[in-house]
Design a protein around this ligand. Structure first.
Ligand code: CP
Length: 312
């Protein structure tokens, strides 16, 4: 059946293997649409999608908006600075007023973990989490998995290092859940001060030594330093972070042949990775961005409940 097990996408922690595979397979079809001269299909004609962004975003916001437009949905974009949130309106009142204008699906980014779940309790629309605090960013992890699978033809058995601010990164959390469900071997690496309490509960290999983590890895997914979510003093300086945990050309020698460098963006060049690595032949950073649109088209389509060929 062409259906996901939930009518919302809040995270990958409880997402079954079948759901992830269905999203990735459906995204393959939509990825092909992006290479056509006319990059548009009528799949979500008549559906209205609210993009509710309470936090800054470049990639995710534009990617969702383009995905919706390429599916022929109507889109409404909300940002806090241009709304009545600036006059003190609550999240509940804001979404219930917008929903009263007949919205079908809501894409939400919020700085509070759990905000997307909260919306499922006070709205009737499908809700898609576009990043909530330090909790999850499921479509980023799905596009990361899609990009890895496209290169290697599989996820099962690959060794993937998730590097950086493990404690605050919602991208790492969603990647852990998704990759483990799909059979990859996941290693976490970062400073001890940026590891969450009881990190071993994730069931991953944990490293505070980057060279040891990189030995024999296929993929390194490098995360941004989450300055906005950290207390000060969790590492001495950006230069020290770069010396101990930055990816440079010398360190790449430890990886398996045919290795892949990833980063969800935005990049702090020279801190998390050097520019020659970010722009090098093994980097798929811009492929991740392109693939993200296809993955988001797949998620929107599958959650909409539309059947193939139906667009009325
Ligand atoms: N990867 C990602 O979430 O980027 P944005 O914050 O620009 O959306």
């Amino acid at each position: 059946m062409n259906r996901l097990s939930s009518r919302h996408l809040l995270g990958l922690e409880d997402a079954p293997h079948r759901d992830i595979e269905l999203i990735l397979n459906t995204a393959e079809t939509f990825r092909e649409v992006l290479d056509r001269r006319i990059k548009k299909v009528p799949t979500l004609r008549g559906i209205t999608v609210l993009n509710l962004f309470y936090e800054p975003s470049t990639r995710t916001r534009i990617s969702f908006e383009l995905a919706e437009k390429r599916l022929s949905a109507d889109t409404v974009n909300f940002s806090t600075s241009a709304s009545s949130v600036a006059k003190g309106e609550s999240l509940r009142d804001t979404v219930q007023n917008i929903e009263a204008m007949k919205i079908d699906m809501t894409v939400v980014r919020h700085n509070s973990a759990g905000a997307p779940y909260f919306l499922t309790q006070c709205m009737e629309t499908n809700v898609i989490n576009a990043g909530d605090g330090s909790h999850e960013h499921p479509t980023q992890a799905l596009l990361d998995m899609f990009t890895i699978r496209k290169k290697y033809g599989k996820l099962d058995g690959l060794r993937v290092v998730l590097l950086g601010d493990v404690k605050h990164s919602r991208v790492i959390r969603s990647n852990i859940f998704g990759l483990k469900t799909m059979g990859a071997s996941v290693a976490l690496c970062g400073p001890a001060t940026l590891m969450p309490y009881e990190v071993e509960q994730f069931g991953c290999d944990v490293y505070t030594n980057l060279d040891a983590a990189l030995d024999g890895a296929d993929v390194v997914n490098v995360m941004r330093i989450q300055g906005e979510r950290q207390q000060s003093g969790l590492f001495p300086s950006r230069r020290e972070f770069s010396n101990l945990f930055g990816i440079n050309r010398e360190r790449l020698k430890r990886l398996n042949k045919n290795y892949t460098i990833m980063h969800p963006g935005p990049i702090n060049r020279g801190v998390e990775l050097t520019s020659d690595v970010a722009d090098g032949d093994s980097s798929v950073i811009l492929d991740q961005v392109t693939n993200g649109q296809a993955v988001r088209m797949a998620v929107l389509y599958l959650l909409s409940g539309r059947e193939e060929g139906e667009s009325q």
